[in-house]
Each structure stands twice: as structure tokens, then as C-alpha cells.
Design a protein around this ligand. Structure first.
Ligand SMILES: Nc1ncnc2c1ncn2[C@@H]1O[C@H](COP(=O)(O)OP(=O)(O)O)[C@@H](O)[C@H]1O
Ligand SMILES: [Mg+2]
Length: 470
């Protein structure tokens, strides 16, 4: 049976029956294991002998694309049954996935992470556990999924910072110092996050921890100058997709005055962090965040592309367009774009640009990730998109058009379509360009450096023709 998740679907608390083939762990066919949904995390730390297996649940709850955390097609089912740490977990639901791992919510406090090859993360997290800036690893083992062997580990569940900030922008005053402190402590132990976007940090019990180790450990220590360039500059610019540049400027300033060297800077950050944790008003915010179940759409396209974007170009894109006036425009409850009371993040705006232009390209490209469209193909797409006005034109505008002459209607339709595209990212030309060419780093640079839309289109088309000839 297939269902589609409406909001954050939770795992079942139904009593579970272990598969006949698996020998008894905690439960048996006669004595079903009780779901651990509301139980405390087990006290056992370390690997245990029982074999770990996962299988697709018959009751699949599919997660819509906009609620997934990454664009990569899910290599495993959304809903699984699992034998982990000698216990049976029934109908456990997808929590998130990235470029390499897949995560399920095992209980309220535990997450199962899986990768199809060995991953240094569980060992690294265990080694550096005492630092307090990594999620705690409860167990790890190989895990069978049919004939496939996966590597699996169970960690404490965190609330990813990108999800916190989308629901609660004011929490940046805790998320940013917490993430910076975590990176400084990690660096002290020669670990530098390969991707330090905020979705790779999380909050657990009012503490900011690293949830994705990445691949850069055993790194040499850096001076503050080098650390600022190599680690902090990309961090600020990626954070700018979630936090307004004016707010971020204050945190950047704090970073610069925190100390001349890494040791002093860490000391300043540590003192600041302890102050924040002891201020009751911040603590109550952090605790209430723990209970929140985010139903805000994720930004899978942005997550997938962000690490490959040139930092200057991303900085330019967010500052010039995404946080502008258009940040006020987003989908209302009926799905139509309107001016809203609260701002949409730059990540939401960019997600809309990529997903809508990609959605149009998909029907006209053999390979939407690469194809460059010619002018005739572009016209076909734009005409069809414009004429599908019931999908995008606000009903209050549409209702006013019934008494119009044919000429008035065509003018209104053209104008409304232009503003619909403009409201996506603050540039009609950019929306058109990313119908012609896929959104990626190279094409973003082309659009940035060409003088106008015509020049940008001509550039990518010429390059495409040259590549085909070669
Ligand atoms: N400990 C955790 N608690 C809650 N969610 C998590 C946890 N670890 C990972 N996730 C979710 O799963 C996603 C993918 O996990 P991650 O470790 O970042 O994998 P990848 O290395 O493939 O990016 C994260 O972006 C996050 O949304
Ligand atoms: Mg990740």
C-alpha cells in the first residue's frame, strides 16, 4: 500500500511482529517486540552482535519531492522495517538524505544512518564525542537490505539548523554562534567540514552539533587568516541563503573582533556560547524548538547544488536578487504566489527558481541536466507556460478578466506572466535564462558576467554547438 506523506509523518507505535526468518532479539513471533517510539535511547554504546537488516515496509509513505532534503533519487524505500541493535522497528520513516547517506527516524531520539560504502563518520564521532559538538553514536554495524550490504549507524536525533531557521529566523542568534563554535572545536581536533552549510549542523538539547562529518579529517591546523578564508567565507555565504545579509553582517563582525588567533577566538566564542546557554530567554527558545515538527518545504535543489557554486557568485545572487523585494512573495495556502507578511528565505526563492524552470525543461529535454534549448524550443515552453494561466495566475486577477476584450486579455496575460516570473527571483531575464540552460555553477557565472539576456543565451548556445562539434 502506498501513501503520500502529508506533513512530517511519524513512525508507528504499533506493536511489531518480527519476520519469521530472523531469530529472536528482543521480540519473537510469540512475544512481539514493543516499538521503541517513546522509549529512551538504549544505554548500550558500541556494536552489538545481532545482525542488522532493513526491508521495505508494505505500508510505504512516500515523501513528496519538496519535503525531501536532497535531489538525489532515494536509493532506499521511504518506509522501512528494521532489525537494529537486536530490536525490531516497524514502519520507520524517511528523515532526510544527502549526497551519500540516507537517514530514518528510529525513535523520537534516535536516527538510523545508512551508506552503501564504509563511512568514517561513526568512528570520527565516537573519537571526538567528549568535545560535545558531535551527535552521539549509539551503535554501528553492517546492515543487509535484501542482497545489498549497507553500512549503518545509530545516532542521536538532532534538529537540522536549516529547518530551524526556516521556521524560526530569530534563532540565528543561537544557531550561528553555536555552529561557529562547533567548527572551531572540530578544527582543534583536525576536522574541517567538507560542506559547512547549515543543514550539516543540528540542535540537540540546546546544543549545536555537527551532524554530517564530511570527508576532511586529519587536516593541518590553520591560522585565523587561513581559517577565515577557507572555512568562514564559504560558511557565511552559504548561511546567507537562510539568514538576511544585514543580520549576518553582525555575526561576521563578531567573528573578526573575537581574537587575532584561533585560540583567543575560540575562547571568546566559548564564553559567548556559555552566556547564551545560561540566558533563560534563549534556553526556552531552544527547548521549544525540540518539540517542533517542521512542515516547511525543504530545498532539495539548493542543497544539491550549493556546495558546487562559486562563493562570489552565490554571494552576488543572494544579495542582488534573492533577499530583495521579491523575498516577500511566495506561495499562499492555495498555492498561488502573493505578497506575504513574512519573508521567504533566499533558499526558498532559489529553490522555486530551480524547481520551476527545471519542471518546464523536463518535458522538452532529453537530458534536462545538460541540454541547452534554442529559441524555438524556448518559445514553445514559454507559450505553454503562459497559457497554463489557471496554474499560476491569482484567482483575484483572473476574475477581473472575464469582461475584457481579447486584446486587453492578451496584454493582461503577458504582463501577469512577466510578473510571475519576476517574482520568483527578482529578475525576469534570469528566469528565462534558466529555462534555456540548466541551473548550475557554470551557467550562473555566464548569466552574471554577460551584459544581458540575449548575450547569455548566445554564449551558452555557441558553447553547446562547439562541444557538439568537437
Ligand atoms: N542526527 C540527525 N538528526 C536528524 N536529522 C539528521 C541527522 N543526521 C542527518 N540528518 C538528516 O539527513 C540529511 C542527510 O544526512 P547527512 O549526514 O548530511 O548525509 P550526506 O552526507 O549524504 O549529506 C541531513 O541533511 C539531515 O536533514
Ligand atoms: Mg549532508
Amino acid at each position: 500500500m502506498k501513501r503520500v506523506m502529508s506533513s512530517a509523518a511519524s513512525s508507528s507505535s504499533a506493536r511489531a511482529r518480527p519476520p519469521a526468518a530472523v531469530s529472536t532479539g528482543v521480540g519473537s513471533a510469540e512475544q512481539p517486540a514493543t516499538s521503541l517510539r517513546s522509549a529512551e535511547p538504549p544505554a548500550v554504546i558500541g556494536d552489538i552482535a545481532a545482525k542488522w537488516t532493513i526491508s521495505a515496509s508494505l505500508d510505504q509513505v512516500e515523501v513528496p519531492k519538496n519535503m525531501q532534503t536532497h535531489e538525489r533519487p532515494m536509493p532506499l524505500p521511504f518506509t522501512i522495517n528494521a532489525w537494529i541493535m537486536g530490536k525490531f522497528f516497524e514502519r520507520r520513516q524517511y528523515l532526510g538524505h544527502g549526497k551519500s547517506k540516507v537517514c530514518y527516524r528510529l525513535t523520537d531520539k534516535l536516527v538510523l544512518k545508512l551508506r552503501d560504502q564504509r563511512d568514517p563518520e561513526p568512528d570520527l564521532f565516537r573519537q571526538l564525542q567528549a568535545t560535545g559538538v558531535y551527535t552521539k553514536v549509539h551503535a554501528s554495524a553492517q546492515c543487509q537490505f535484501g542482497h545489498e550490504t549497507w553500512h549503518a549507524w545509530v545516532v542521536e536525533r538532532a534538529k537540522p539548523l536549516d529547518q530551524i531557521l526556516k521556521d524560526y529566523p530569530a534563532a540565528s542568534n543561537v544557531c550561528i554562534p553555536g555552529a561557529v563554535r562547533a567548527m572551531l572545536i572540530a578544527h582543534l581536533y583536525n576536522h574541517i567540514l567538507s560542506d559547512n552549510a547549515l543543514f550539516n549542523f543540528g540542535m540537540v538539547d540546546g546544543n549545536v552539533v555537527i551532524i554530517d562529518a564530511g570527508s576532511r579529517y586529519g587536516q593541518p591546523q590553520l591560522s585565523k587568516l587561513r581559517f577565515t578564508k577557507k572555512v568562514m567565507t564559504p560558511f557565511w555565504i552559504k548561511a546567507q541563503t537562510l539568514i538576511h545579509p544585514a543580520t549576518l553582517k553582525c555575526y561576521r563582525q563578531e567573528w573578526h573582533v573575537a581574537g587575532d588567533d584561533m585560540a583567543t577566538t575560540l575562547q571568546t566564542l566559548e564564553t559567548r556560547w556559555q552566556e547564551l546557554r545560561s540566558e533563560r530567554r534563549h534556553l526556552s527558545v531552544l527547548n521549544s524548538l525540540d518539540e517542533r515538527n517542521s512542515t516547511t518545504a525543504k530545498c532539495p535543489h539548493v542543497t544539491s547544488v550549493i556546495d558546487s557554486l562559486d562563493t562570489d557568485a552565490l554571494d552576488w545572487l543572494t544579495q542582488t536578487y534573492l533577499w530583495g523585494e521579491v523575498a516577500e512573495y511566495g506561495p499562499s495556502s492555495d498555492g498561488y504566489t502573493r505578497r506575504q507578511d513574512s519573508n521567504y528565505t533566499a533558499a526558498h526563492k532559489l529553490e522555486q527558481l530551480i524547481s520551476e524552470t527545471h519542471g518546464q525543461r523536463v518535458h522538452h529535454c532529453n537530458n534536462p541536466a545538460e541540454d541547452i534549448l534554442d529559441e524555438a524550443e524556448l518559445k514553445v515552453i514559454l507559450d505553454a507556460w503562459k497559457n497554463d494561466y489557471e496554474q499560476w495566475m491569482r484567482p483575484e486577477i483572473l476574475n477581473k478578466t472575464w469582461s475584457m476584450t481579447a486584446q486587453q486579455w492578451h496584454q493582461t496575460l503577458r504582463r501577469a506572466f512577466r510578473s510571475h516570473l519576476f517574482q520568483m527571483v527578482g529578475s525576469y531575464e534570469m528566469a528565462i535564462f534558466f529555462v534555456v540552460a540548466p541551473f548550475n555553477n557554470e551557467n550562473l557565472l555566464v548569466f552574471r558576467h554577460c551584459d544581458n539576456l540575449e548575450e547569455s543565451k548566445a554564449y551558452v548556445r555557441k558553447k553547446n554547438a562547439n562541444t557538439r562539434q568537437a
